[in-house]
Write a protein that binds this ligand. Structure first.
Ligand code: FE2
Ligand code: FE2
Length: 250
């Protein structure tokens, strides 16, 4: 285990859930393919950061970082595809989703109008979380040496990313780099909270609508049917006393 990659206490608590996710073949494949997307997206965003930064040293580091993330995306994608080829392409598990967020968190990255210090703080927090998560995942795929080797390789890069972003943040913001990290951490937590809250709201909303459908709708349906039975069947003759003209305007 890399000496600098620390597993977050929450992830230690959630270890049985992580194990549940990684022990199933279908969920493992899905997780690898999802990581491939996140890493590749993150790589493209960091490439954009390299284009817009006015700092020459950061441009070089961002470029190296982006190449690493794009490479991680390829590794995950190839491994997920290789695993998929070893079995039927049909995913059979009832619940194929994963209840936990991905390892990296780079999907929250926004380059637009972000100064370097904020981007560095965000990247540091995301890379630190990724390093901790990938340490867990590497240990959970012990039965699959090739996937384990990929996590091992990626973990080394993530630790490098975690360290260089912190060093550079301290260089560009020598007075307030710790505050920047706390701020990035708080912002990440807030986004996670919003994501969880939106998920819970969606589940509760669906449950309430289902309950309303089965409890409130049947009485109205029953009353409509009863009213329908009272209606005469077929054409209804119009009374001769009515003198309304069918073609009259009023
Ligand atoms: Fe990565
Ligand atoms: Fe990374």
């Amino acid at each position: 285990m890399s000496p600098l990659a620390r597993v977050a206490p929450l992830d230690r608590i959630l270890l049985p859930v992580h194990r549940w996710v990684w022990n199933d073949f279908d969920r493992r494949v899905r997780k690898l393919l999802a990581f491939a997307e996140v890493e590749s997206d993150g790589g493209r965003d960091i490439l954009r950061a390299a284009e817009v930064t006015p700092d020459a040293l950061l441009r070089r580091l961002y470029l190296e970082h982006a190449i690493d993330e794009l490479h991680h995306g390829d590794l995950f994608r190839q491994r997920g595809a290789a695993l998929l080829r070893t079995r039927s392409t049909r995913l059979r598990t009832l619940f194929n989703g994963t209840p936990l967020p991905g390892g990296h968190g780079l999907d929250d990255l926004s380059i637009q109008d972000e100064p370097d210090h904020r981007l560095l703080a965000f990247l540091h927090v995301a890379e630190k979380a990724a390093a901790g998560r990938f340490t867990i995942y590497r240990d959970l795929v012990d039965d699959d040496p090739q996937t384990r080797a990929i996590f091992e390789e990626i973990l080394r890069d993530e630790v490098f990313h975690m360290n260089y972003t912190y060093t550079q943040l301290a260089r560009v913001m020598p007075r307030s780099y710790r505050w920047q990290v706390w701020r990035a951490r708080a912002s990440r937590l807030w986004k996670r909270y919003l994501r969880v809250a939106a998920g819970i709201a969606s589940v509760v909303g669906n449950a309430v609508l289902t309950i309303m459908y089965f409890i409130l709708l049947p009485p109205f349906a029953w009353m409509a049917r009863r009213a329908e039975r009272r209606e005469p069947v077929g054409w209804t003759p119009i009374s001769r006393t009515r003198d309304d003209s069918p073609t009259g305007q009023y």
